[in-house]
Design a protein around this ligand. Sequence first.
Ligand SMILES: Nc1ncnc2c1ncn2[C@@H]1O[C@H](COP(=O)(O)OP(=O)(O)OP(=O)(O)O)[C@@H](O)[C@H]1O
Length: 246
Amino acid sequence: MAAIELQDLTVCYHRHPAVHHVSGRFDAGSLTALVGPNGAGKTTLLKTIAGLMRPESGRVERSISGGPLAYLPQQAEVDRTFPVRVMDMVELGFWRRLGVFGGVSARQRRQAADALAAVGLSGFEGRSIASLSAGQFQRVLFARVLLQDAALILLDEPFNAIDARTTADLLRVVSRWHGEGRTVIAVLHDLEQVKAHFPRTLLMARTAVDWGETAQVLRAGNLFRARQMAEAWDDSAAECTRESAA
Ligand SMILES: Nc1ncnc2c1ncn2[C@@H]1O[C@H](COP(=O)(O)OP(=O)(O)OP(=O)(O)O)[C@@H](O)[C@H]1O
């Protein structure tokens, strides 16, 4: 069963296509790496699946039984200058189930403490998020996703600037989500990591170069083709029109 189906999807910035004519499906419960050169449209595709950007043409179909989604943006996009404690940040994972005036129950507080323990941050509950290292903050964001109980989890470069130990710990959390039957899509740059931990891969170069089993997709020929396509990109290329996507 498809968790998400992309139908001839084209997404533009100021009418210049960043993603064009991508079709295919993410099966329910699949674990997929989204890879490709810089500027390949990976973040744009993830944001469009998350509903944060509108397609210029084509569609993103999410299965009705898909439930809520969790989206983890690149760290650079997250403002953590405001005074929030680690525990408050993690408990935001419950917001869908709290309502406007609802407080966190004792049971939810225990779940939040368990989530912090699962990412190796017991004892950090009262720390301000501004005081955390990049790796510690990423652990907090993963703990929050743990509480969101999302059927679809979208991660944008979750291990960027994160050390090997934290990456290994968080990869275990990703594997846990996969084991629980959630659909996970992660933008990644480390191809060895992708080969070791992600059964499926979508290789992007604005359009899909290949999409399927990781070992097949990451063949040298495909990677060469993606690089060549990246070299040919022209950011002042013709505007994207609905007609051309038909
Ligand atoms: N806000 C924006 N306004 C205009 N153009 C944008 C915007 N965001 C991205 N782009 C352009 O869209 C194209 C795809 O960008 P995107 O960030 O999706 O690529 P990416 O594959 O995630 O790249 P990276 O690996 O460098 O993170 C690039 O040419 C980029 O310059």
